[in-house]
Design a protein around this ligand. Structure first.
Ligand code: AQP
Length: 347
């Protein structure tokens, strides 16, 4: 991996005609195909057309403290960064960093927390889903979308490339910025979510009525296609995917599980769902699953190989992340100074 000198130079550049982009992932568990098709792949595809920062949002991983093993979190955060690079993000063209290395995120989040109505947070569907059935819920689970707003607003991001499940949070960020600007004068750029045309919502293979998610993958073998899963595990997961009682593919009767497999294959092959569906009319589900397996292996095998090489040189990975954090901080400090001046603190 090469020196991220351009990333640092980009960070110092005052403005750019390219859209400013910010996105990130939580290092909660192993990343899956939904994370790749919904987010990572478009980060990589557009890296020449944008001025982008990508973080590993490790502070967000603390929202369910029962699930936190400190040594494991430290390792996972680096592993997620390595996976960003293994999927093709170039540290020379993007600023890549760990959220906790830039303390301005937490400080900005506090100021935004004070202007965000509680009702807005209680309405978030992710909060409702993640709080459901728990005896006790930490305040961070409720307020983390405000930290996410700080992540985005600190970098004057115009665009936030995410999967469909995160659109509500990006809209909340926009509302938080609008409210702040109204109360304290124009301070924040208003961001918008950008979702991919395919792969924006990959569903679980064991239950196609729920989205593929890292937390469910940790509890349920067969739920997700892990980007780093062993080929044997991938085969087992994909060949056991839930379909329906039929034997062959009929588009007009396709169940959610079958439609999910078609959508995954279409997204991996860069084709329309209808075009892929046409090819499988009258063919057995086994054929469809084998094609999905082949397409998945073709996509993830080089990613896994690059990931292993990157994880084999932890000092180099840390060096790149330290440079990313410096570049991110130089932008975050100037926005935070603007925010503090607007509200009358820190001066
Ligand atoms: N199933 C999915 N299909 C398409 N995109 C998806 N993303 C997540 N699941 C799918 C996108 O991946 C990015 C990861 O964001 P995150 O790590 O902040 O968490 P998340 O959205 O809550 O993702 P997970 O995998 O479901 O994690 P857990 O289970 O930990 O909550 C986002 O851009 C997301 O839209």
């Amino acid at each position: 991996m090469t020196e991220p000198s351009t990333a640092a130079a980009n960070a110092a550049a005052p403005t750019s005609t390219r859209p400013r982009v910010l996105s990130g992932m939580q290092p909660t568990d192993a990343l899956h195909l939904g994370n790749y098709l919904g987010a990572l792949r478009q980060w990589v595809a557009r890296q020449d057309q944008q001025d982008a920062l990508f973080c590993v949002v490790d502070l967000h991983a603390l929202t369910v403290p029962e699930a936190v093993d400190p040594a494991d979190l430290r390792h996972r955060s680096r592993a997620v960064a390595a996976l960003y690079f293994a999927c093709g993000l170039d540290p020379e063209r993007n600023v890549v960093f760990l959220q906790s290395h830039v303390p301005e995120h937490a400080e900005c989040s506090w100021i935004l927390m004070c202007t965000t109505p509680l009702g807005w947070l209680y309405r978030m569907t992710q909060f409702k889903a993640k709080a459901e059935g728990r005896d006790s819920v930490g305040a961070g689970l409720l307020t983390y979308p405000v930290l996410q707003a700080a992540d985005i607003l600190l970098y004057d991001a115009d665009e936030v490339p995410v999967g469909e499940d995160q659109v509500q949070h990006v809209e909340l960020t926009r509302d938080i910025a609008i409210r702040f600007n109204r109360l304290f004068g124009d301070t924040f750029v208003l961001p918008k979510a950008v979702i991919p045309t395919s792969g924006a919502r990959v569903m679980g293979l064991d239950d196609p009525t729920v989205k593929m998610s890292k937390s469910l993958a940790a509890e349920r073998p067969g739920h997700a296609i892990g980007l780093l899963d062993d080929p044997k595990v991938l085969k087992k997961t994909i060949m056991s995917a839930v379909t329906d009682s039929g034997r062959e593919f009929r588009p007009e009767h396709a169940s959610p599980g079958v439609r999910n497999l078609i959508a995954i294959l279409a997204s991996l092959q860069g084709e329309e769902d209808t075009v892929v569906a046409e090819r499988f009319v009258g063919r057995g589900y086994g054929d469809l699953k084998k094609s999905v397996l082949e397409a998945v292996l073709e996509a993830v095998t080089p990613i896994r190989e690059r990931f292993e090489a990157l994880m084999g040189d932890p000092a180099e990975l840390d060096r790149i992340l330290a440079q990313g954090a410096d570049a991110a901080r130089s932008r975050a400090t100037s926005t935070l100074a603007r925010v503090k001046a607007a509200v009358g603190v820190g001066t």
